[in-house]
Design a protein around this ligand. Structure first.
Ligand code: GLU
Length: 266
């Protein structure tokens, strides 16, 4: 009888272990298959970044370079560019939202870095930007060489731009905001001497307000990648295939020209 109970306990323990293993297996589920099952791609994009991802309050539509790239990825995976849902991310929330399963991928002005590669997987590079400075016209700051210890620079939490400028200019004061529109509002309110992030984003801001201009040459390389949860090699491959197809067909150049106003140089 004792032996009998022992066997039952052993069997129960086995069931628990096996179901735990199965749960782990599900967690590592194939992202591409679940997107296909759902028949919809859920993409994290910026809602406040003109040229890349900007929500038009009158229509509710989000528009920009990243949006068009995401639609083309949906078309490649699901055969229809409208089978995509956009969720707002900021530089700070994009990785947590991805790793909490709230989105399938991030297409949001995100630089591929070694540090980020520890948390997410990236597609091939799909856009080349570089960090620069936005100032009020007439500002004594004409480039990175004019940014000194004590200069007040504004940026967004979670952006590479913060770390980069601190490395370039020891002693610089960086005020970090939740997103770039808040940082731009702070610049307009005179809370800082310059705003720093990728040139492509700054050109969008300068287009929103002609009193501001991008100055100096870019002082970093910011290659953008599409971020996905780690371990989804099928999905990464599908995204890279989509990007390659876009480049080969000329569609990529058309999207680039539509938003950036010129042909890509690479
Ligand atoms: N590309 C830089 C980054 O990934 C700056 C732009 C952004 O914050 O999204 O951090």
């Amino acid at each position: 009888m004792k032996k009998h109970w022992k066997m039952i306990r052993l069997a129960a323990a086995l069931v628990v272990v096996l179901s735990l293993l199965a749960a782990c297996g599900n967690k590592k589920e194939d992202g591409l298959a679940s997107i296909k099952d759902r028949d919809k791609l859920v993409v994290g994009v910026k809602f406040d970044t003109k040229l890349f991802g900007l929500k038009d309050p009158s229509t509710g539509n989000v528009e920009g370079f990243d949006i068009d790239i995401a639609k083309q990825i949906a078309k490649h995976i699901l055969g229809d560019e409208n089978k995509v849902e956009f969720k707002e991310v900021t530089s700070k929330t994009r990785v947590p939202m991805l790793n909490n399963d709230e989105i399938d991928m991030v297409v949001a002005t995100m630089t591929i870095t070694e540090a980020r590669k520890k948390e997410v997987d990236f597609s091939d590079v799909y856009f080349l930007a570089g960090q620069s400075l936005l100032v009020k016209k007439g500002s004594p700051i004409k480039g990175i060489e004019d940014v000194k210890a004590g200069t007040k620079v504004l940026s967004s939490k979670g952006a590479t731009s913060v770390k980069n400028i601190k490395e370039k200019v020891p002693g610089v004061t960086v005020l970090e905001f939740d997103n770039y529109q808040d940082a731009f509002s702070a610049l307009k309110a005179g809370q800082g001497d310059a705003l720093t992030t990728d040139d492509a984003i700054l050109y969008g801001m300068a287009a929103q307000d002609p009193n501001y201009e991008v100055v100096g040459k870019p002082f970093t390389d910011e290659p953008y990648g599409i971020a996905m949860r780690k371990g989804n090699s099928d999905l990464v491959k599908a995204v890279n295939d989509a990007l390659k197809e876009l480049k080969d067909s000329g569609e990529y150049d058309a999207i680039y020209e539509k938003w950036i106003g010129k042909k890509p140089s690479n």
